[in-house]
Design a protein around this ligand. Structure first.
Ligand SMILES: Nc1ncnc2c1ncn2[C@@H]1O[C@H](COP(=O)(O)OP(=O)(O)OP(=O)(O)O)[C@@H](O)[C@H]1O
Length: 233
């Protein structure tokens, strides 16, 4: 199996500039890999550093120690030292991020919000919108809402639009940040199916999933982050 993501000795310390430069170490020595077709879940107690690790991989937080290696086509890119432009290119083609919160884009319909990442990867607009409608239907978003901007949707409807947007495109590496939080059982089952389909397509996934039932079904492996706690060290 081909490794898609590899963290080597990654460490993160937050510096609180408004508190006289107070240094807050969070994780140290984080080392693990995720292969194609595998779903790895980050475990460990609240505050252990799971979200911080996910944000470093997506380039939202700077990684000041170690390497975060991502396979992009035939190349290997180190996100820890990548230029912002390289990180943006990775986000278009290589790394997807599914969170529970939708960043609402004013005046853009739900259908177009969902289709946009697929269009950005080169699929024609009509074909991408068809895939978007299919996903919205699978996630039980009422058809009457598809043409409307999601700003006025309920929290759960916005969450499902966001999941459709996160799963529509093909990214070799997909980060899942609590994608099933506060979904009902029927929609949790749809997300489990979507994850299994991605596995079959060879997508590598790394997730945070507090829902133990869902974790049980989709996790091939759990990496316990508390072993990397910089505070316990
Ligand atoms: N931007 C930030 N600035 C300062 N400290 C931060 C920042 N982000 C996270 N932290 C600190 O890093 C530690 C780890 O937080 P993180 O959110 O990564 O943990 P987590 O394991 O995902 O927790 P949870 O399961 O509760 O979401 C926490 O103590 C948090 O206060």
């Amino acid at each position: 199996m081909r490794t898609r993501l590899c963290l080597n000795d990654v460490g993160k310390t937050f510096t609180m500039h408004l508190q006289g430069g107070l240094a807050i170490p969070v994780v140290a020595g984080v080392s693990f890999a995720v292969d194609a077709g595998e779903c790895v879940v980050l475990g460990g107690p609240s505050g252990a550093g799971k979200s911080s690790i996910l944000k470093m991989i997506y380039g939202n937080y700077r990684c000041e120690r170690g390497q975060i290696l991502v396979t992009e086509d035939e190349k290997i890119v180190n996100i820890a030292s990548a230029a912002p432009r390289q990180v943006l290119a990775l986000r278009q083609k290589t790394i997807g991020y599914v969170s529970q919160f939708l960043r609402v884009i004013p005046r853009v319909s739900a259908e177009n919000v969902v289709a946009e990442p697929l269009i950005a990867q080169g699929t024609g607009e009509a074909a991408a919108r068809k895939v978007a409608r299919d996903l919205l239907a699978r996630l039980n978003v009422p058809e009457a809402l598809w043409g409307l901007p999601p700003a006025t949707f309920s929290g759960g409807e916005q969450q499902r639009v966001n999941i459709a947007r996160g799963f529509i495109a093909h990214y070799p590496l997909l980060l899942l940040d609590e994608p099933t939080a506060s979904l009902d059982a029927a929609n949790r089952a749809v997300v489990i199916d979507l994850v299994n389909e991605k596995k079959q397509q060879g997508v590598a996934m790394l997730g945070i999933l507090h829902d133990l039932d869902v974790r049980e079904v989709i996790a091939d492996r759990v990496v316990d982050v508390s072993g990397f706690s910089a505070r316990a060290a």
